[in-house]
Design a protein around this ligand. Structure first.
Ligand code: F6R
Length: 248
């Protein structure tokens, strides 16, 4: 997988934000929407901050942007501190001119009996938008992308999954204790992610070094779903020094 290593996550985030801005402006000039696949978590926060700065100071408009978030805890109310709806509004949507009707985030309030239909419709909405132009990804220590935990195959679609123990441990501080972390989540599938036209995966810090190595140097396997990115024709990995430490 083509990999770019920056001295730190600050420089990496600013560089990727510029690429996102370039895509949005290019599409706007053509009178077309830019369809972005967005991630939450600690990894993309600096990137979103830079997009907000580009909007405020350099006139970058998001009026032509359509967004699809990767995942959401289940169950989860949008107003909860830990909801990804709240996260996206706090870090990005409240500070830019994206149209509310162009924002899509898996709905953690869907009743269980409607989950399958919700997931089917989410995929349909991505297709109706013309597919995802640029998908931003982080990676979990389990090797998950979105919340596709070990066991997720390359053909998996948007669905309800059970979170891995390690992922729940990593989320424990956000929820004031692991026992409060939801056991399940809604996520785009590996197959859904692989249909994006272009993918950029970001990873920072020494805590990600081992999984970054497995993702890029290991054989594609369900036990590290991120390894399936190796099969994508337009994927790039963007790292800071620390996350690249174990690469050979
Ligand atoms: C979040 C998501 C997850 C995170 C991953 C890394 O929408 O899809 O795959 O990207 O868990 O999380 P952070 O960035 O908090 O290390």
């Amino acid at each position: 997988i083509p990999t770019t290593i920056y001295p730190d996550s600050e420089q990496a985030s600013v560089a990727v934000a510029r690429e996102v801005a370039r895509l949005i402006r290019e599409r706007a000039a053509q009178g077309r929407p830019a369809v972005l696949g967005l991630a939450t978590g600690s990894t993309p926060t600096r990137l979103y901050e830079e997009l907000v700065r580009l909007h405020r100071e350099e006139g970058l408009s998001f009026a032509n942007v359509i967004s699809f978030n990767l995942d959401e805890y289940y169950p989860m109310t949008p107003s909860s501190l830990q909801s990804y709806v709240r996260f996206m509004h706090e870090y990005l949507f409240d500070h830019i001119d994206i149209r509310p009707e162009n924002v899509h985030i898996p709905d953690g309030t869907v009743p269980p009996e409607q989950v399958a239909e919700f997931c089917r419709r989410y995929e349909e909405q991505i297709r109706e938008a013309g597919g995802i132009d640029l998908q931003l990804l982080g990676i979990g220590r389990t090797g998950h992308i979105g919340f596709n935990e070990p066991g997720s195959g390359p053909a998996s679609r948007t669905r309800l999954i059970t979170l891995d123990h390690i992922t729940r441990t990593d989320a424990a501080s956000d929820f004031y204790g692991e026992e409060h972390v939801p056991r399940r989540a809604l996520t785009m599938g590996v197959g859904t992610i692989l249909e994006a036209h272009e993918i950029v995966l970001l990873a920072w810090g020494e805590g990600k070094a081992a999984v970054v190595k497995r993702m890029t140097e290991g054989e594609p396997t369900d036990s590290v779903p991120a390894t399936y990115l190796q099969r994508h024709p337009h994927v790039r990995v963007v790292l800071d020094e620390a996350a690249s430490a174990e690469l050979t």
